[in-house]
Design a protein. Structure first.
Lengths: 112, 116
């Protein structure tokens, strides 16, 4: 069964305290891993696409990396405005169709 | 640029009532989808469509119907609401590349549904 698991469920950081979020997956037919950010009361917003093991993408204080079984979202020197829920998703392409399956998310709170 | 528009934002139903959640996008996206988001469960795919007249089931399709008569609209129908359908519903769309969704979904703001 295709599974996407994110850890930890919640993360409390002091401003400037770097950390990493994990997204592990056991799927067949994987065609890409995606990271999203979701603010309270809003829909998720796309951040990154990763396709191959070893690939890295960066945006401001965020860097996403990918291995064969998991992805990490590194937050460097976070600021309070980085507080959000971060979601990862995998795109599964099979003969029966194509869909995006999401993990449960990691809630990040950055305190000043 | 409106993007993905969902209506209503909030709705309270009684068990057994029916309703339709509306979703419209103005980006000419072929791929549209509906997700529900519940605490601790993440986003779960209900139904999706790769074009007008084409729909398919996701992970949790039971109790929901969809249709796609135009590229822009993808309504989600609850025929007989149940308390288990209390959730936040998100519509999302994206382009297709080689018949596959690009993975870069554009989401609406969500519709919060409570079934009593």
């Amino acid at each position: 069964e295709d599974q996407v698991t994110q850890s930890p469920e919640a993360l409390r950081l002091q401003e400037g305290e770097s950390s990493s979020l994990n997204c592990s997956y056991t799927v067949s037919g994987l065609r890409g891993l995606f990271w999203y950010r979701q603010d309270p009361g809003k829909g998720p917003e796309f951040l990154f696409t990763l396709y191959s093991a070893g690939e890295e993408k960066e945006k401001e204080r965020l860097k996403a990396t990918l291995t064969k079984k998991e992805s990490f979202l590194h937050i460097t020197a976070p600021k309070p405005e980085d507080s959000a829920t971060y979601l990862c998703a995998v795109r599964i392409v099979k003969a029966a169709g194509n869909k995006l399956t999401f993990g449960g998310g990691t809630r990040v709170l950055v305190k000043p | 640029n409106a993007g993905v528009t969902q209506t209503p934002k909030f709705q309270v139903l009684k068990t057994g009532q029916s309703m339709t959640l509306q979703c419209a996008q103005d980006m000419n996206h072929e791929y549209m989808s509906w997700y529900r988001q519940d605490p601790g469960m993440g986003l779960r795919l209900i139904h999706y469509s790769v074009g007008a007249g084409i729909t398919d089931q996701g992970e949790v399709p039971n109790g929901y119907n969809v249709s796609r008569s135009t590229t822009e609209d993808f309504p989600l129908r609850l025929l007989s609401a149940a308390p288990s359908q209390t959730s936040v519903y998100f519509c999302a769309s994206t382009l297709l590349a080689g018949g596959t969704n690009t993975g870069e979904l554009f989401f609406g703001e969500g519709s919060r549904l409570t079934v009593l």
